[in-house]
Design a protein around this ligand. Structure first.
Ligand code: PAF
Length: 282
């Protein structure tokens, strides 16, 4: 695996690969890699000849009181995992390389659709930070395909929208949620879950699936389903950020006759904020 810290050297190596006719797959990450990230690399390898992974903990997408300073930086371990997974290129820039004019002066990419609901409601500015850095990374890597996990359903939907609106020539590939045996969606922040909380956190995924089953058998009282799901989560001692039954395409509250539905939830443990979702087609 070749490691690049600078845009210029990465571009040079990618230009050479393209001259050799290779297609490029891209997996952007913030590091602290777990099995779900490695699965994204595998999917990229199935789609493309050469795979680039980026590791950059993007301060622009963290709120002032969020965990940017304590976000786990595990670069040596991440590099070993990527080598084992036979990743071709790692792009590991520092902040000056990505924001040479400083973050305050950085031109921003704003996607007005879907950014102020769900995660966006409790994390103002978060998705602007994501779309800004992802568009920069797309410009740097210029991949044929980029792989994003469905676990971050809202992020995936916003990135698809940004790519469409800005005519960015990349195909977005959605990767299924990678789960622990009890259903907990894998996440870099799962390390913040305490041993006491760990057996209970599957309640988020269980509640999403319970709602899904109720909708499949015909229940359309969405407000009541959301209320019941919230109380199941609260009974386990967690605070609910949101629990919403949405139309999959625009993430607005679902109507009775919508055929594509995504149920999304977010809850707080003592030190983590966990998100998950399930989708269904009726
Ligand atoms: O999903 C993430 O890890 C981040 O939001 C991303 C896409 C790497 C942008 O910083």
């Amino acid at each position: 695996m070749q490691v690049f810290h600078h845009v210029a050297s990465l571009r040079e190596a990618l230009a050479e690969a393209r001259r050799d006719g290779k297609s490029v797959g891209f997996v952007p990450t913030m590091g602290n890699l777990h099995d779900a990230h490695i699965e994204l690399v595998r999917i990229a390898q199935q789609h493309c000849d050469l795979v680039v992974v980026s590791i950059f903990v993007n301060r622009l997408q963290f709120g002032l009181n969020e965990d940017w300073d304590t976000y786990p930086r595990t670069t040596e371990r991440d590099m070993a995992r990527l080598r084992d997974a036979e990743c071709d290129f790692l792009f590991h820039p520092d902040e000056n390389e990505i924001y040479p004019n400083g973050m305050d002066q950085q031109t921003r990419v704003v996607c007005p659709a879907m950014t102020d609901v769900l995660c966006g409601a409790s994390r103002p500015g978060h998705f602007e930070g994501v779309t800004t850095v992802v568009s920069k990374l797309f410009n740097i890597v210029q991949p044929d395909k980029a792989i994003f996990g469905i676990k971050d359903f809202q992020q995936l939907a916003i990135i698809r929208r940004m790519v469409e609106d800005l005519c960015i020539p990349v195909e977005i590939v959605a990767a299924p949620v990678h789960r622990e045996v009890d259903g907990l969606a894998m996440s870099s922040r799962n390390g913040y879950i305490t041993a006491e909380e760990r057996p209970k956190v599957a309640v988020l995924n269980q509640s999403l699936n319970w709602v899904k089953d109720e909708i499949v058998v015909g229940c359309r009282d969405f407000a009541e389903l959301e209320k019941e799901a919230r109380s199941r989560i609260e009974e386990q001692g967690f605070r609910v950020d949101y629990f919403s039954i949405c139309y999959s395409k625009d993430l607005q509250p679902a109507a009775d006759d919508d055929k594509q539905i995504t149920i999304l939830g977010a809850m707080y443990t003592s030190a983590a904020r966990l998100i998950d979702n399930v989708s269904l087609e009726l």
